[in-house]
Design a protein around this ligand. Structure first.
Ligand SMILES: [Zn+2]
Length: 88
């Protein structure tokens, strides 16, 4: 499987390259761990989402990833648990 290169969101796995891709800290600064969908103004936008829910949510973007939903689901099931937000 392909692990994205460079910086990617430690919550949903989205690659982050443009400044607007990055989340923001409470002080308005750039947060390099999480994307703007997951983390804004120093807090998770959906603090109660579970790992299985995040996998389902991200698998919905399988077309953008150039994958079938099944392949995306399998990749995310392996990949997301390695990210900072989900690592125990
Ligand atoms: Zn994210």
């Amino acid at each position: 499987m392909d692990i994205p290169q460079g910086l990617f969101c430690q919550s949903c796995g989205m690659p982050m390259s443009k400044p607007e891709d990055f989340g923001t800290n409470a002080d308005g600064g750039k947060n390099e761990d999480y994307c703007s969908n997951c983390f804004r103004n120093g807090a998770f936008t959906n603090p109660s989402i579970t790992l299985p829910e995040m996998i389902e949510f991200c698998a919905g973007f399988s077309k953008d990833m150039g994958m079938t939903p099944e392949a995306a689901h399998a990749m995310l099931t392996e990949f997301l648990p390695t990210l900072k937000r989900w690592k125990q």
